[in-house]
Design a protein around this ligand. Structure first.
Ligand code: NAP
Length: 280
């Protein structure tokens, strides 16, 4: 008897911009799995009902994006360690009939650096620019990999302080203006602010004063090479763009829903780069 095709989704509001259907569609085709992955636009008022009806509608699980990540956190019956640490859920699946919420952004961040800058976690102290949702995933990943000193700088100091409090000892909070004094001693610089996106040419900090072994990464991936990464590359530092984080964060969900662990291949990256308009 033929197995029923498994269904997965990405839910958000709006959702048309999401690259997730292209990523998962590539893996389904490549692995010859008769499943589907669809984008679903659900308004906040309807999200709880959407989640309640997941199993009845034949979904094995899916991804959750803006603005539903906190609601998914509250609705999940069980949560993984990363979701608990980060305070948001971006992946849902079922275990023994119970809805589990996970967060794969920290995995995506670390796996991207593992692939493109092996040994990165030995480069602490780390300087994190920004204190939004993505910064939480980055801090969790850095802590999991044993980076014991992390400086968080943010335009709104209170948000950085909130993260320092949340993630505990080793994390310090500072205003954005304090970044230049930390740069010479930091071997890892991570931009999690939206500065540098979509033709915004502002460089949040000047990486040229960082040590020679420093790794600079930006989680913004439109454009692929942000002004910060361009400045770091010009200085001769190792740079890693943010697209790999997006690709790698998709891996654990696919494995949960479809039972196979997919690969982040150069071909997949090229497909998404083309979809982004050649990386510009
Ligand atoms: P968020 O929660 O809205 O946080 C935005 C951060 O950017 C805050 O720290 C904010 O500072 C700062 N910021 C915004 N405009 C600024 C400006 N003009 N000057 C200085 N700081 C500014 O957003 P998020 O969810 O963390 O996402 C941040 C970025 O990461 C987005 O571009 C998103 O697309 C990207 N992202 C990429 C991936 C990936 O897979 N590569 C994953 C997640 C997110 P304040 O606190 O002062 O407002």
């Amino acid at each position: 008897m033929a197995e029923t095709a498994r269904r997965a989704f990405v839910v958000g509001h709006p959702i048309a911009h999401s690259r997730s259907p292209k990523i998962h569609g590539y893996w389904l085709a490549q692995l010859g799995i008769a499943g589907s992955y669809e984008a679903v636009d659900v308004a906040p008022a309807d999200f709880a009902v959407f989640v309640k009806d997941l199993a009845r509608n034949g979904f094995a699980g899916g991804n959750v994006t803006i603005p539903h990540k906190q609601a998914a956190f509250a609705l999940a019956e069980l949560r993984d360690k990363a979701a608990e640490a980060i305070g948001a859920v971006n992946t849902l699946w079922f275990e023994g009939g119970r809805l589990v919420g996970g967060n794969t952004d920290a995995h995506g961040f670390a796996a991207n650096l593992d692939q493109h800058a092996p040994g990165w976690a030995a480069n602490g102290p780390a300087l994190v620019l920004g204190a939004g949702g993505a910064a939480r995933a980055v801090i969790h990943a850095c802590q999991q990999r044993g980076i014991s000193e992390i400086r968080v700088v943010n335009r709104t100091l209170e948000r950085a302080e909130e993260l320092a409090h949340r993630f505990g000892p080793g994390i310090s909070a500072h205003p954005l203006a304090a970044a230049p004094e930390f740069l010479p001693e930091c071997g890892l610089l991570i931009n999690t602010t939206s500065l540098g996106m979509h033709g915004n040419s502002e460089i949040p900090v000047d990486p040229s004063v960082m040590p020679d072994h420093a790794v600079v990464t930006d989680i913004v991936y439109v454009p692929l090479e942000t002004p910060l990464l361009a400045a770091a590359r010009a200085r001769g530092l190792k740079t890693v763009d943010g697209l790999g984080m997006l690709l790698h964060q998709a891996v654990p969900g696919f494995q949960r829903w479809f039972g196979r662990r997919p690969q982040v291949t150069p071909e997949l990256r090229a497909i998404i780069v083309a979809d982004l308009g050649g990386g510009t």
